[in-house]
Design a protein. Structure first.
Length: 117
C-alpha cells in the first residue's frame, strides 16, 4: 500500500484558518486534527467517542466540527480533537461528505460516483 498526503485548510466557528497536511486514511472513520491546529482555530468539544486503534486498544477522544477546504472541494465535517502527538488524518466520513474517493491505483482523490436510487 502507498501513502497519500493532501494539503488543505480548516476553519473554526469564528473563521480563523490554519493549513494542514493530511494523511489520507480511508480506513479511519473521522478526520483528526492535531492539538495545535484545533486549538488555533478555536474548536470546542461537542461530545466524546470511543475509538479502536490498530493494536485493538480503545481510546476516548473529543469530537467537534469545522469547515474543511481541499483542492477538490470544501464542506463542513466532524473532526476528532487530537491530543499532543496525534497526526492529521483525513477520514472516510469527510471524504464522503465532499463526494470524494481515494483511487487505490493512482493514490489520488477523485469524485465519487453518486447514486440517486
Amino acid at each position: 500500500m502507498g501513502i497519500t498526503y493532501i494539503d488543505g485548510s480548516v476553519a473554526g466557528p469564528k473563521g480563523k484558518k490554519v493549513s494542514v497536511r493530511f494523511l489520507v486514511d480511508s480506513g479511519a472513520s473521522y478526520t483528526l486534527l492535531p492539538h495545535s491546529d484545533w486549538q488555533a482555530i478555536g474548536l470546542k468539544a461537542k461530545r466524546e467517542m470511543d475509538f479502536t486503534l490498530a493494536d485493538g486498544a480503545i481510546v476516548k477522544r473529543n469530537i467537534s466540527e469545522c469547515h474543511i477546504t481541499l483542492p477538490q472541494g470544501e464542506g463542513h465535517t466532524p473532526v476528532i480533537l487530537g491530543e499532543p502527538g496525534d497526526e492529521a488524518l483525513l477520514g472516510a466520513v469527510t471524504l464522503e461528505i465532499l463526494g470524494l474517493v481515494l483511487n487505490p491505483f493512482t493514490r489520488t482523490l477523485q469524485p465519487m460516483r453518486m447514486m440517486l436510487a
